[in-house]
Design a protein. Structure first.
Length: 249
């Protein structure tokens, strides 16, 4: 990922509508599907550690953070609550087999070359205990690529069938899958396919806080989706693809 993005993340991801909404979607999926015995968690590709710190506070999990970029880990160290921080590659995790009950991979696979996501999922499966869980979120659909995608150096985007197939090849059985950030899709399409090309917008980060009224409105859309998904339902299309899978016995 573009190292310049870490500064934007650190400044906005605690309060920005997208991050708050996605954490709520994760929380509802976790409450519905994950067993109470989850203890050891790896956040693979932790970035600034915001999600890892939130999981530790919200669920009481013991969260290990891994990231390839020292820039991200430096922000994670400042949070205090995170004590296990490791520099490493999701394609070659520096952990023993069967080390974790849950591995989360939030928006990391888009930064790998096509095909390398299979290596990452095989490594996740290796490091999961039997019956362990993988929660994966990835950027969806190539036709949703934007100027933000260019800025953060996305190399690929995904569909759910492709993620499910890669998980199955790694020995991970799908328990739930859905798209998310769906209600705002028309606005996103208008921005990405019409406005940005029309004004010849340069590559730039989309991570920034907006006015309070806008944060509330956009966050409300993701809150509605979180309630829907939290009931075990799916969304047929969206800007993010979400996969919850379990390591087969």
């Amino acid at each position: 990922m573009n190292p310049a993005e870490f500064q934007h993340l650190a400044a906005a991801e605690e309060r920005m509508w997208w991050f708050r909404g996605m954490r709520e979607i994760f929380r509802r999926i976790a409450v519905r599907h994950l067993p109470s015995g989850v203890t050891d968690v790896l956040d693979a590709g932790c970035g600034t550690g915001a999600n890892a710190a939130w999981m530790a506070r919200t669920f009481g999990w013991r969260v290990t953070c891994l990231d390839f970029a020292e820039e991200g880990l430096s922000y994670a160290r400042r949070r205090g609550i995170l004590t296990e921080l490791v520099r490493g590659d999701v394609r070659a995790l520096p952990f023993r087999e069967a080390s974790f009950d849950l591995i989360t991979i939030f928006d990391v696979l888009a930064h790998l070359d096509p095909g390398q996501e299979r290596e990452a999922l095989r490594e996740a499966a290796r490091c999961l205990r039997t019956g362990g869980w993988l929660f994966l979120r990835a950027s969806a659909f190539r036709w949703l690529r934007s100027r933000h995608s260019e800025f953060v150096r996305e190399r690929q985007r995904f569909t759910l069938p492709r993620l499910i197939e890669a998980g199955e090849r790694a020995g991970l059985e799908t328990r739930h899958s859905t798209y998310a950030n769906s209600l705002l899709l028309p606005a996103a399409l208008a921005k990405f396919r019409i406005v940005e090309p029309l004004v010849r917008a340069p590559a730039a980060s989309g991570v920034r806080l907006g006015p309070a009224w806008l944060e509330q409105a956009l966050g409300g859309a993701l809150e509605l989706e979180a309630r829907w998904i939290g009931r075990g339902r799916r969304l047929p299309v969206g800007q993010s693809a979400i996969l919850l899978a379990q390591k087969e016995g």
